[in-house]
Design a protein around this ligand. Structure first.
Ligand code: ZN
Length: 204
């Protein structure tokens, strides 16, 4: 993989792509066709057991939904990324695990449906990394607000074609972005509009 900066990587629907990102780089995630969730997994390049922790980030920022100007923290409470600009309607989720084989099996979609957890492992292996488990992601563009009774409301993703989100890396990172593979109803809703479509990751 070409690791020069700047570069542009298209993540086709139903897949993931990995990249090494130097400190101080800007990462822009663009929803090319609209209505598409992206799962962003983040690991420290120096030690891939240090990973972005949505739980630590919620503890520091006191919200389950990231906002402009806030950092994302690692499991060692170090700032890994900052959300610098948001040209999307949001929101972005920091509470859901990546979709996995078991979810699709439970929903009757068979044993081999593409899923973000497997796509994480497949993509990061391209960089020669083989973590034992996938860290929890930031689910960019995922529209799952919490209702007054504490339950989730599963909403259709609100992004239009070309909407984007920009982050700054605060240290050297390895990232994986997956175009979430959900194409069947969750709680009666098609979050990705019924199919998985491409995202673009620009690093510069
Ligand atoms: Zn997914």
């Amino acid at each position: 993989m070409n690791e020069s900066v700047p570069r542009s990587i298209v993540v086709p629907g139903y897949t993931g792509r990995a990249a090494r990102v130097p400190a101080g780089a800007l990462l822009t995630i663009t929803d090319l066709e609209g209505c598409q969730i992206g799962d962003l997994f983040v690991l420290a390049a120096a030690d891939p057991t240090e990973v972005l922790s949505p739980a630590v980030t919620r503890l520091v920022n006191f919200t389950p939904f990231p906002r402009r100007g806030e950092c994302f923290y690692s499991n060692r409470r170090r700032a890994l990324l900052t959300l610098v600009e948001d040209a999307s309607p949001g929101p972005h989720d920091m509470t859901f695990a990546p979709c996995d084989r078991e979810i699709y099996r439970d929903l009757g979609a068979g044993d081999d449906h593409p899923n973000c957890r497997d796509n994480f492992h497949r993509a990061i292996a391209e960089l020669g990394l083989h973590p034992a488990s996938a860290p929890d992601p930031i689910n960019v563009f995922q529209n799952t607000p919490i209702a007054a009774d504490g339950s989730y409301t599963i909403g259709v993703t609100r992004t239009r074609p070309g909407d984007w989100l920009r982050l700054r890396s605060e240290c050297d990172l390895v990232i994986v972005l997956t175009a979430c593979a959900v194409d069947i109803p969750f709680a009666g809703v098609q979050p990705n509009g019924g199919r998985s479509t491409p995202l673009r990751l620009d690093i510069g």
